[in-house]
Design a protein around this ligand. Structure first.
Ligand code: S3P
Length: 167
């Protein structure tokens, strides 16, 4: 059984879906963001603010490389992880990569209560979400499968992933 890797924009449900999927398939759940925060002993917002995004991406790359080499895991990758082509290539070696998609407005609704995503802590988050989504579309398109989560519940998304990956 290959690993299952969830990619996609912030707020598309990678963590919540990934946890349930892992439980259902009796696999281990790994969130690259959580590992980065554990390793760095500080929240992502602080890493961005004090050390900058390039530093965050460097740590993220190391974490992706370790996670990608694990067995029997569901991996939720941070939303920007696929911007590095080596990251997606390495994740595909042992994993099936599934991209979760949602409309910008849905992402805004899901993320507005939280302040831990530094890229969305701006004056006009909806415009920022649209701009980043457009820029990143070609990278997300490299996933093996795409799921449009609009109107789907978490259990429905989990079921769909199990179906398309034959897990
Ligand atoms: C980021 C997404 C975040 C986190 C960081 C940067 C991005 O993860 O890695 O804030 O560039 O899209 P989530 O997608 O889990 O929010």
């Amino acid at each position: 059984m290959k690993n299952i890797v969830l990619v996609g924009f912030m707020g598309t449900g990678k963590s919540v879906v990934g946890k349930r999927l892992a439980k259902e398939l009796k696999m281990r759940f790994i969130s690259t963001d959580d590992i980065i925060e554990d390793m760095e002993k500080r929240p992502i917002a602080e890493i961005f603010a004090k050390s900058g995004e390039p530093y965050f991406r460097k740590v993220e790359k190391e974490v992706i490389s370790q996670a990608a080499d694990s067995e029997n895991v569901v991996i939720a990758a941070g939303g920007g992880a696929v911007l590095d082509e080596e990251n997606i290539a390495i994740l595909k070696k042992k994993g099936i990569v599934v991209c979760l998609n949602a409309a910008p407005e849905a992402v805004y609704e899901r993320t507005k209560k939280h302040k831990h995503r530094p890229l969305l802590n701006v004056d006009d988050p909806v415009s920022k979400i649209k701009e980043l989504m457009d820029k990143r579309a070609p990278y997300y398109a490299k996933a093996d499968y795409q799921i449009n989560t609009s109107g789907m519940s978490v259990p429905e998304v989990v079921k769909e992933i199990i179906k398309i990956t034959n897990a």
